[in-house]
Design a protein around this ligand. Structure first.
Ligand SMILES: *[C@@H]1O[C@H](CO)[C@@H](O)[C@H](O)[C@H]1NC(C)=O
Ligand SMILES: *[C@@H]1O[C@H](CO)[C@@H](O)[C@H](O)[C@H]1NC(C)=O
Ligand SMILES: *[C@@H]1O[C@H](CO)[C@@H](O)[C@H](O)[C@H]1NC(C)=O
Length: 384
């Protein structure tokens, strides 16, 4: 309806405005936690009831106590069992919902085009839950879904299940993939992983893409750093120090060792590194990792996982965008996985910007939104 179009445009405008720094305005106005306020705006304007179409049945339910929205595409005439994708939405671990129209539309499209079942997880967000609760939620829901009787109920082929997500959801998908490799009963249960402009590391906020896009409108560097701090229930006083990599300076022994795993002078091609210089402080601030040790944990920064973990991961798709602070961690993860022997498709969009894949409907129907979504669905169709 015209009204919902106006509301969609308004909610998109408000969320873009607020993530540009307007959240501070809300702080100033004395409202509650800025993330609650921001999420309230996005979700109240954009939430959709579960609404089935002729081709996709949609229902809200819960898997082992975790809320999920399930999208069931119609089976192909020649298939007994369907493929499935477990999807984890983005929003800095703090915003959005499986139920907002952007994600509802995306999952409906994937379910319809792949004739598949999509489980979109409504994990708990900051400030209701902090790291590692989000990880536990997505693992709990996914494990529940992978039980033989549940897969059977949804007519899903157990050999054709994917894990996928975008942005912070891509982070949770990558972490889940790695954690499943530790468990004999879960290893090899996922056929592929598809990560859309994922968040993969909190050690270096000065990769070439962080330097290049530090003031980009959708996800400027200081906003991404604040999402990290919030995820760990940390203190904003550290934000400026994190931005100059004071948490991973040379006098912090463990950090230096881990930073070698994301050494972009060797992991990124020259076409990306250009003339950007690594930012390595000789003396930093040891209090940061004392107070927020999670910053150096592979359970939040999957890019720094050991090679033995990477070796056991399934075939991988990584989508990256040129206009995105997270571009280089996606490229580095592709490179590390490839070196570990994993088959990887790196799908880079020179005109892409962070978050573009969910902007496919008018009035935010960007051409690159539609092209990234089509390319993602095509890869899933060919590899899942
Ligand atoms: C980074 O750490 C150095 C050394 O402790 C300190 O002099 C500098 O002020 C810190 N920078 C920021 C932005 O906190
Ligand atoms: C990063 O890689 C370059 C080139 O291989 C090497 O010279 C440099 O010492 C490495 N730095 C770290 C911190 O490992
Ligand atoms: C967006 O939708 C409008 C209205 O349907 C259409 O006129 C326009 O061409 C679309 N833009 C893109 C990039 O698809």
């Amino acid at each position: 309806s015209p009204l919902s179009c106006v509301l969609l445009r308004l909610s998109t405008w408000i969320s873009c405005y607020l993530t540009r720094g307007g959240s501070n305005t809300i702080h100033y106005l004395g409202l509650t936690h800025h993330l609650i306020a921001l999420n309230f705006l996005i979700v109240s304007f954009g939430k959709k009831n579960a609404y089935s179409t002729a081709k996709v049945k949609v229902a809200d339910t819960n898997f082992d106590g975790v809320e999920v929205r399930v999208f069931e595409g119609s089976p192909k005439p020649d298939e007994q069992l369907r493929r499935a994708v477990v999807y984890i939405h983005g929003g800095g671990w703090a915003l959005a919902s499986a139920r907002i129209s952007h994600y509802d539309d995306l999952c409906t499209a994937v379910a319809e085009e792949l004739n598949a079942v999509i489980v979109s997880i409504e994990y708990r967000l900051v400030p209701r839950a902090y790291f590692p609760e989000q990880v536990y939620d997505v693992i709990r829901a996914t494990k529940y879904f992978l039980q033989p009787e549940v897969l059977q109920k949804y007519k899903v082929d157990p050999d054709r299940v994917a894990i996928s997500g975008d942005s912070a959801g891509g982070n949770l998908a990558a972490v889940l993939g790695q954690q499943f490799t530790y468990d004999d009963s879960l290893r090899n249960k996922l056929k592929v992983q598809a990560l859309i402009y994922p968040v993969l590391q909190a050690l270096d906020f000065n990769t070439p893409s962080y330097q290049q896009n530090k003031n980009s409108p959708i996800l400027p560097r200081h906003v991404m750093v604040k999402y990290w701090v919030d995820y760990f229930k940390g203190n904003y006083d550290f934000v400026e120090a994190l931005i100059v990599n004071n948490h991973t300076s040379l006098d912090i022994e463990r950090a230096t060792e881990l930073r070698a795993l994301l050494n972009w002078t060797s992991l990124l091609p020259e076409s990306i590194t250009k003339n950007y210089k690594p930012v390595v402080q000789t003396k930093g601030d040891t209090r940061i990792v004392q107070e927020i040790p999670q910053l150096l944990d592979a359970a939040s920064s999957p890019l720094i996982a050991d090679e033995e973990v990477l070796q056991r991961l399934p075939k991988t798709y990584i989508l990256t965008c040129e206009h995105d602070v997270l571009r280089d961690e996606g490229i580095m993860y592709a490179k590390r996985l490839e070196s570990a022997g994993v088959e990887v498709t790196l799908d880079h969009f020179a005109d892409g910007f962070h978050g573009c894949m969910i902007f496919t409907s008018w009035p935010t129907n960007f051409s690159v939104g539609i092209r990234t979504r089509d390319s993602y669905i095509k890869w899933l169709n060919q590899n899942l």
